[in-house]
Design a protein around this ligand. Structure first.
Ligand SMILES: Cc1ncc(COP(=O)(O)O)c(C=O)c1O
Length: 371
């Protein structure tokens, strides 16, 4: 099976630990083990636990804790995975076959186009429209989601726009998915990372054609523990588990234990995320405003990212490369996310870090503006 490079992830893996300012992230500044101990993780008690295999689809304790997040779901509606990315991958492995059509929004995180094409499926994109609050171009959406479409992928809140779908848009999407006899995969890893608005409503429960993926990496601020999950109809979960048996068997025992503490304390994690983002959004707003009309953005409603449009004819990959080389600062070019002419900036770090990172990016933007 050949698979195209995942351009953004590879760019991050190559440079994120070498630059002075990594501004390419998308979750909040991560929690420490000490903070999880303060929330109740029993480190001392874990020291003598044999490091054997864990329950491969997630321990009953963790899945039971997760049922509290998804009303109506039981432990058999869940599969615990190594991150949301593995969760997304397992769903594709379980559902997608050569010749299938998979519809997906653009811009997006861009894991899915590569994965489904490698499985022999065709990608049918539908655009999100900035002027419409980043809601789908409905004409394109309806062209992409038709009888015969196997799966529809979206992330809500969305990476990279930080936007949240309205309840009316969610209903319209689900209705079309049902009419088409497709599946909806809603990646909700940013749910809980809202900045000023109320919690993003989930797709869970809207239809028996809905599958949710999520995890600890973004709204919880714990990417290093590498825990994600799938929530869906039992038969689908069964198929994902079969794929999981072949792929990685399951997540680590330590990660499963840590995840139990995190999920049980999710409101505390979300509150921490909100406090970081509310503060940082102000600094980012000031910075964007300082460029007059040269930079434009629709402020993120959720997620630790700001997507800015710049007014210059330089391709985003070239601009991001210039910022990396001259300022030792990493940002994500819009082209890696399916949207040329934009840059994605991280707003989840410490405030001093954010200010210095933005200052460095700003120097290059000013230079490009004047050239
Ligand atoms: C929408 C989306 N899904 C999944 C992931 C990967 O998450 P994880 O670290 O849980 O594998 C990301 C990471 O940026 C993301 O933005």
């Amino acid at each position: 099976m050949s698979i195209e490079p995942f351009r953004m992830e590879r760019m991050q893996s190559t440079w994120e630990n070498l630059v002075e300012y990594d501004m390419s992230e998308s979750g909040v500044r991560p929690l420490t083990l000490r903070e999880l101990i303060e929330m109740g993780f029993d480190l001392e008690g874990f020291l003598d636990v044999p490091l054997g295999y864990s329950q491969s689809n997630g321990t009953l304790e963790l899945r039971e804790t997760l049922t509290g997040v998804y009303p109506g779901a039981t432990v058999d509606h869940m599969e615990v995975t190594n991150g949301t990315s593995e969760a997304n991958y397992l769903v594709a492995l379980a559902l997608v076959e050569p010749g299938d059509r998979v519809a997906m929004e653009t811009p997006n995180y861009m894991q899915y186009p590569g994965v489904v094409r490698s499985l022999g499926a065709e990608v049918a994109p539908f655009r999100l429209v900035e002027e419409e609050g980043w809601e789908p171009d409905w004409e394109q959406f309806e062209r992409a989601v038709q009888p015969g479409t196997r799966l529809v992928y979206l992330s809500n809140p969305n990476n990279p726009t930080g936007s949240v779908l309205s309840p009316a848009a969610m209903r319209r999407i689900v209705e079309r998915v049902e009419q088409a006899g497709a599946w909806l995969l809603a990646d909700e890893v940013y749910q809980g990372a809202e900045i000023h608005r109320e919690r993003t409503p989930g797709f869970w429960g809207m239809s028996d054609r809905v599958i949710i993926t999520s995890g600890l990496s973004k709204a919880y601020g714990i990417p290093g523990v590498r825990i994600g999950w799938i929530v869906g109809p039992k038969e689908l979960i069964e198929k994902c588990w079969t794929q999981h048996d072949y792929l990685t068997i399951g997540p680590s025992k330590l990660s499963d234990r840590l995840a139990r503490v995190a999920v049980a304390n999710r409101e505390r994690c979300y509150a921490r995320t909100r406090a970081i983002l509310q503060r940082n959004l102000q600094a980012a707003r000031q910075w964007v405003d300082g460029f007059g009309g040269f930079l434009r953005w629709r402020e993120p409603e959720a997620a630790a990212i700001g997507l800015v449009k710049y007014k210059a004819p330089i391709p985003s990959i070239e601009l991001a490369e210039r910022v990396r080389v001259r300022q030792s600062t990493l940002i994500v070019p819009g082209a890696h996310l399916g949207l040329e002419g934009y840059l994605r900036l991280w707003i989840g770090g410490r405030e001093e870090f954010l200010r210095e990172g933005l200052r460095r990016i700003g120097e290059e933007l000013q230079a490009v503006r004047q050239s």
